[in-house]
Design a protein around this ligand. Sequence first.
Ligand SMILES: Cc1ncc(COP(=O)(O)O)c(C=O)c1O
Length: 381
Amino acid sequence: MNRLLMHVGPSIGNRDVLLAGARDNIGFATKDFVQAMGDSLEGLRMVMGVGGKFQPFILPGSGTSAMESVASFLHEGDRVLIITNGIFGNRWEGIFSRYRVKCDVVGAEAGESVTPDMIREKTEGSHYRMSFMTHVETSTGVRAPVDSLLKELKKVSDLITVDGVASAGGELVDAEKRGIDICLTASQKAIGAPPGAGLLVASEKAMSQLADDSLAGYSLNLKNWLPIMKGMEEGRGGYFATPPINTVFSLQEAFRLIAEETMAARLERHKMASGMLRAGIRGMGMEVVAGEGIESNTVTGLRLKNSKQKDVLEKSMKLGVEFGSGVHPGVKPDYIRIGHMGWVQEHHVLRALSVLERSLKASGESIKAAEGVKAAQEFIT
Ligand SMILES: Cc1ncc(COP(=O)(O)O)c(C=O)c1O
């Protein structure tokens, strides 16, 4: 069966992107690979909304590798502030409680976002080396109100890192204009390539902190990767550790397609797909996990009333659509997550909604056939 992947990551595939990576093994010093890496580093700047003053990195691993590589900008005894809206925001604490830094945490209830007032209350009289926040919290589908939070964070923090794993490529990141110092993502999310790489951009100010005595270990130490990234952009091959070669060829094609579509059109497409999906969910009489006004364009949580996620997911899978499981223990009684990022189109959303109508009904929800699809159709027209 040709199953549709509406998971929160990896996201829906694109044949050209996948085929670009499906090639014979090739060395990392070859002209082809150096070109692919150079193009991808430049493509990353485009998606993050930064210019030549920002240093891009493409690392082997995933979003979590990019998160952990941020230790390259920290030193022993630094204070850091973690703004968390859920499971992935909490991951910053999971990572940095392993390092010799002091973490303060401001957290929101499931489906909500930390507010500027909550930051003000927590940080009164404090100063931090770095603050962390998650643009789109994948466990609930909440998009943080980035601008109002950044305004507060800039008052108390030297550097600001934004996790754009579930946003970059599907939401407006605009890191340079917004004054974000470090923004990171992963290859398999809204950029729409296969898994295998963690991606990150860093401002000049952040790069000036990259020192020999940082807290980073060896393989994710950005100081070790910097000459390689610079060399690749200047057309020279180099080695520190083996890069995710085939994923980089896919990334090169993904960024080429993104440039061809334009970021503006891509963001509009994500807005349309997520709007249709939410209209469809509400049209069926069901609810979205994220509070009104903070719903993301890339991930949606669907609250279940009388059914269990296991049943809905299994039935949907049998009907040809793969959704993601609910993972935030604070969402009661149960929920599932729907990813709509990367190469998502209107027809994917319509197919997902019609499968959901059937799987939800078969799992115990009272849904009338075609109510969701009708609401989504009405949203488009
Ligand atoms: C917001 C966010 N941050 C970080 C991660 C971790 O990324 P990875 O699974 O690629 O390591 C994820 C993964 O889903 C995520 O959604």
